[in-house]
Design a protein. Structure first.
Length: 303
């Protein structure tokens, strides 16, 4: 397994730190990236106070430019088509679950500032055999030069947490790792039964690696249950979808600090058979927030 080259020291508060910021990881494939249209947003989802986002540059496996980014105040445009070179963020006309998630979290934690670290790439799988031309999250997959989506995720987190003053208020931040949001599985459900049957082990390993990256072995994890639009000649887009869904449910059943969002089965789809419509992304963000809040309360009550 690759060494987690994260600047762990950045997560350790000192007596000089005065600003508490809750940090959430957002990761996965295209339905985490987001295909909602900004034009469909209501005004309460268009501007935010005390909410910040660092979105890592999304690149294929082997590309050395993954994970660069720049902290910014959250606003619409971090969905598919978002671009960054680490100096300038170029917002798109699309959004993902981050907007409604942030709105709900501010309602639930009105006195806390919120920071989102997002890295997602469309079409990616965990299993390296299912990576096709999109990429994979398997930390043991070396490819041509050892870089894949997991490395891009690690670089995103490292770059994000290298900033000691996210909100630019002149005070060093107390980083409070608060949760991991994971929306992925369609890539692993697109191929063989063998690949789908490995999803539970792959998901468990990856979530524990992400927790280790944030120095919290039992950090709350919420995953979105994959769904199927049925918009295919066979009536099923993800031919091994039920096996991946079973693996997702098994993960949550066996992990006391995990929850699952099941409302995805009710969502409508956009112009293609793979991605939710705008209303779906708004609802799933709220559901992720409600679930992670419940887990946080239990997590932070522990001695």
């Amino acid at each position: 397994m690759k060494n987690l080259k994260i600047l762990f020291i950045l997560l350790i508060p000192t007596l000089f730190y005065t600003q508490k910021i809750r940090v959430f990881i957002l990761a996965g494939q295209s339905n985490m990236n987001g295909f909602g249209f900004n034009k469909d947003l209501t005004n309460d989802l268009k501007s935010f106070k005390d909410v910040y986002i660092f979105q890592g540059n999304s690149v294929p496996d082997g590309d050395v430019n993954g994970g660069v980014g720049k902290w910014d105040v959250l606003k619409p445009g971090n969905g598919t088509g978002f671009k960054t070179d680490g100096k300038t963020n170029v917002l798109s006309d699309r959004f993902g679950l981050e907007l409604s998630f942030a709105k709900k979290m501010k309602e639930l934690f009105p006195n806390d500032k919120i920071a989102l670290i997002k890295y997602a790439r469309e079409g990616t799988s965990i299993d390296s055999v299912a990576r096709a031309g999109f990429g994979c999250w398997d930390s043991d997959f070396n490819g041509t030069n050892g870089l894949n989506q997991y490395d891009n995720f690690l670089k995103t987190v490292k770059n994000a947490l290298s900033e000691a003053d996210i909100d630019k208020d002149g005070k060093k931040d107390v980083i409070v790792p608060s949760g991991i949001l994971w929306m992925q599985g369609e890539g692993d459900a697109s191929y063989t039964e063998e690949i789908a049957n490995k999803y539970y082990d792959h998901l468990k390993t990856l979530m524990n690696q992400m927790r280790a990256t944030m120095l919290a072995d039992d950090l709350p994890v919420v995953i979105g249950k994959i769904s199927d639009s049925g918009k295919d000649k066979s009536g099923r887009v993800w031919k091994m979808g039920e096996l991946v869904q079973y693996a997702q449910e098994k993960f949550v059943l066996n992990d006391k600090n995990a929850a699952i969002v099941r409302s995805t089965k009710n969502y409508g789809y956009g112009d293609d058979p793979w991605h939710y419509n705008s209303a779906g992304y708004i609802d799933i963000g709220e559901k992720f927030a409600e679930n992670v809040f419940r887990l946080i309360i239990n997590f932070e009550k522990r001695p």
